[in-house]
Design a protein around this ligand. Sequence first.
Ligand code: OAD
Length: 232
Amino acid sequence: MKKIVFLTGAGMSVESGFKTFRGNDGLWENYPVEQVASHEGWEQDPTLVTNFYNMLRKKLYAAQPNEGHKIIAALEKEYNVTVITQNVDNLHEKAGSTHVIHLHGELTKVCSSREPYDPQYIEELGPDNSQVAPGTKAGDGSLLRPFIVFFGESVPMLEPAAREVEDADIFVVIGTSLNVYPAASLLYYTKPGTPTFLIDPNAVSTEARNITYIRKGASEGMKELAEMLPKL
Ligand code: OAD
């Protein structure tokens, strides 16, 4: 089976009702990124940060994967598929994708603020207990925090993601402005000659070579790509 690796960003979930981060009316316009998604912001005002992710989590449990997520999941019948996502939503999993690497954390989880990656303190929240009361403690007595990689923190899933990209026969980038590193550096890990596609309705600039651009939204773009794949 050929291996297809996807790298997805906020644009992947637009058709499921989520905003992107950058650009006009992006999420960071209304909620300054340094307040709600940086390590310093968390230290300064954990209540504000907890409430922000409570709001997003509630929205997530009411959202559904779109056609783009579903086509990616369906490709598992014919391909070895890995999804690397910068998104903290769980819409790829909800659509049926079974191998998803979350670079920037997961909205459905909360963790210790002292040891965010200690599995014994990571808790999964569901639609019935999606809201964390500010001040709630993790099992180790530190404040419970969203399982999100904040700006200013390391990205431990980058290495496993890079190994997947190196191994890809086909690489597909969807709905990311490629502004955020190290995630954007994954484009440079493909083997020479790997067919690479970039699906985005807007122009995205990258110095990576040999990219076929599909200037469409995630769902329409994935339909077009799915027709091209058997010919590759
Ligand atoms: P951005 O908001 O920077 O970029 C979103 C991209 O989605 C843009 O290139 C849009 O043109 C594109 N887009 C818009 N509508 C689309 C559609 N219907 N289908 C496909 N694409 C569409 O979001 P990211 O690149 O994902 O990090 O941002 C990267 C990281 O920055 C995020 O993971 C987040 C943020 O700060 C954290 O929260 C840690």
